[in-house]
Design a protein around this ligand. Structure first.
Ligand SMILES: Nc1ncnc2c1ncn2[C@@H]1O[C@H](COP(=O)(O)OP(=O)(O)OP(=O)(O)O)[C@@H](O)[C@H]1O
Length: 485
């Protein structure tokens, strides 16, 4: 596949992102990859069957239309599921050479099972035939042997999440649960899965706790299968018999009855003092399809955001990756200036960093040639992206506005109507509307359950004031600068 195709693919993704909005894009399309373009057919892949069927049933025409906008000759989109062990970045490795034949992984070890109960990769022993059948349907999602605490690099962006995850992983059975649930959220590729799987691998040290790692997709599948085979009770029992339940990619949970089941599980686990850990691409209050009670239960434990990687962290992750790759392929060496170049130019996320290195590793393995700056520049051209302005979160806006006007964030969310609170609240709502993609009703909800008309009124009010009040305009500019830092 040529760079031309990759560039076109980048533009198609841009169109899709613009059409469906950031939230939907990152939920459904961020992990879609271009495999090949053959005259009228474009082949794309996604990591899971669930994503594939969802995209096919909801977005097939839109994806095709976006392609046709770039390449009118395209008539067909062929969507497939990438093999589970071939992580997206590994797929990227294969591409420049031959997509069908070369797959480079750091570690050829097979994936373990998601349920760990004393023996790594051992399934939970079945108690009754009904339970056994339920186990089949929730045998845990595969664990990647590379995703451990040892390989997780800690920096400013993720130190709190890491500390909390370590705490969960090293607690002993019967210890008081410090925060429940632990809710980790971050944008795509910033290490949520890595952290959850690290807990899964480390969480049963001593073999005394049962740890179950499930993607939300697997949860849905397990629950729906148990309904079909009439083993729902067993399904519930298996879930609730775990000491540590880890649910990844919670934003993919779907279906009314599945939501209800998840809610029961969450409540039962927390009430019984068993640990729940959840990862998602957004904070709990932004899980739009979920019931308010579930959202507030999720928000009621420890909610930690993992931020985007700074250059230092990117460099450390790259160094760690090279060291680990060298243990399998000693000839692989990446000179320090090349690593700094990648850390500077590939700014997005861990997956892109992994992709960049995998391409160099593939090159080194296939040609035996040393990695040079020229090679690196050529190989990772399509991963180099212009720095986007930082995404701003509503909570951040509330925090910074509250601090500047000497009120509390609670005041902004409260129903107090004194002048010293009303104006900052309006400013914060105005900033939420202008700096984020959130809708008016969503902003209203995030400001203590206000109506969208109140938000609209605040936005208009501040817009009018800013036109006539230079001091206020400057103040708002200063807040915006602080938010972008
Ligand atoms: N702190 C870190 N140290 C080392 N590697 C990391 C770190 N954070 C992320 N990575 C690597 O970046 C890649 C993407 O991470 P991961 O799959 O955990 O992201 P994610 O947040 O779960 O993404 P998604 O939202 O797509 O599920 C993985 O290869 C992971 O090992």
């Amino acid at each position: 596949m040529t760079n031309n195709h990759q560039e076109r693919w980048t533009r198609v993704k841009g169109r899709l992102r613009a059409e469906v909005g950031e939230d939907i894009f990152s939920s459904w399309f961020a992990r879609m990859e271009l495999e090949s373009v053959e005259s009228e057919t474009v082949r794309l892949s996604v990591p899971t069957r669930f994503l594939k069927s969802w995209i096919q049933s909801h977005y097939a025409e839109r994806v095709l239309a976006c392609w046709q906008g770039e390449e009118p000759l395209v008539r067909r989109i062929d969507l497939s599921v990438r093999s589970t062990m071939m992580r997206p970045a590994a797929a990227a490795t294969a591409r420049p050479v031959s997509p069908a034949t070369v797959t480079v992984r750091h570690d050829p070890a097979p994936a373990g099972f998601g349920v760990l109960n004393g023996h790594a990769a051992a399934p939970v022993p079945a108690a009754t035939p009904a339970t056994a059948s339920a186990h089949d349907s929730i045998g845990g999602s595969p664990l990647d042997p590379r995703l451990t605490f040892d390989s997780f690099v800690v920096g400013r962006a993720n130190s709190l999440a890491h500390a909390a995850a370590k705490q969960v992983a090293t607690a002993r059975r019967g210890d008081p649960v410090m925060f429940n649930p632990l809710y980790v959220h971050a944008a795509v590729g910033l290490g949520k899965t890595h952290l959850l799987q690290a807990i899964a691998w480390a969480g049963n040290a001593g073999g005394e706790r049962r740890v179950l790692y499930l993607t939300a997709e697997k949860f849905v599948y397990g629950f729906v299968s148990s309904l079909r085979t009439q083993t729902t009770l067993a399904f519930k029992e298996v879930l609730r018999a775990t000491d540590v339940l880890l649910i990844d990619d919670l934003q993919f949970l779907q279906g009314k009855s599945t939501f209800a089941e998840f809610s029961h599980t969450l409540n039962a686990m927390i009430d019984a003092g068993r640990q729940v850990v959840v990862a998602a691409d957004r904070p709990p209050l932004d899980l739009e399809n979920m019931d308010d009670r579930v959202r507030s239960r999720l928000a009621g434990g420890l909610v930690v955001e993992m931020g985007s990687f700074g250059e230092d962290l990117r460099l450390e992750i790259l160094q760690a990756r090279v060291a680990s790759a060298r243990s399998h392929h000693a000839a692989f060496d990446v000179p320090a200036p090349v690593l700094s170049f990648i850390a500077k130019s590939v700014t997005h996320n861990g997956r892109d960093l992994e992709g960049a290195l995998n391409r160099l590793l593939a090159h080194s393995k296939l040609t035996g040639q040393p990695v040079t700056m020229e090679l690196a520049e050529r190989e990772i051209r399509d991963l180099v992206r212009p720095q986007e302005p930082r995404k701003v979160k509503i909570e951040e806006i509330q925090r910074i506005v509250a601090r500047r006007y000497n009120v509390s964030r609670g005041d902004l969310l409260s129903s107090r109507r004194t002048a010293n609170v009303v104006r900052p609240r309006q400013i914060a709502m105005y900033l939420a509307k202008t700096l984020t993609l959130r809708s008016l009703p969503e902003i209203g909800r995030r400001f203590g359950g206000r109506d969208h008309t109140t938000v609209l009124h605040a936005v208009r009010k501040i817009e009018n004031l800013v036109g006539n009040d230079l001091a206020l305009a400057e103040e708002i500019e200063a807040i915006k600068r602080e938010l972008q830092e």
